[in-house]
Write a protein that binds this ligand. Sequence first.
Ligand SMILES: [Zn+2]
Length: 193
Amino acid sequence: MPPIEHYGIEWARRPTNEEMEHQWRITRPPAKSPMRLLILSHDITGCYTHFVHGRTRPHTSSNCEGCQNNRLPEWHGYLACLQSTNGLKWILEVTKGCAKALDEEFRTHRTLRGAIIEAGRTSSKVNGRQYVRVLSHAEQMDTLQKAPNLQPFLARMWQQRDQPLFNHEGVNDPIKIAEATSEPSATENREAS
Ligand SMILES: [Zn+2]
């Protein structure tokens, strides 16, 4: 029996090590002030997606849900990034308009890892056109943390609509979706095309 002073409560001085870690969260270039991010990924993880039933879904086949709803597939790219000012870890989602700057950077340096970028929008509207600009490069490459593999992260996020976004299988994975809400509201932030 626990001592009486525990009042029957399981006190915990701190959460688990895992819980104390910052989780990876999806973000998009913000409308207000641009984000300055350090890219950890070697290259872009990109795919075609549909905006269907108010959400971004992957284009999977010629008769996928989005294609059946006559939505044109649109490319999106994903990069694991570190926000150096606060140590937060982000999966940055960018639109096709950002791809050229990133592709050129990749061709020049043979990697995106270590690039310091500014990601923002050309207007202060939430659906303003996105841009990415390479500002400089990290000096200490050998101390950079490892980049996560984004394919399992995205695959899990895009599980079939009928399944939860976040399930028990994800608990022990190196990359976790911290909360189901980590997928930004697509309606709100969708870039005008
Ligand atoms: Zn499709």
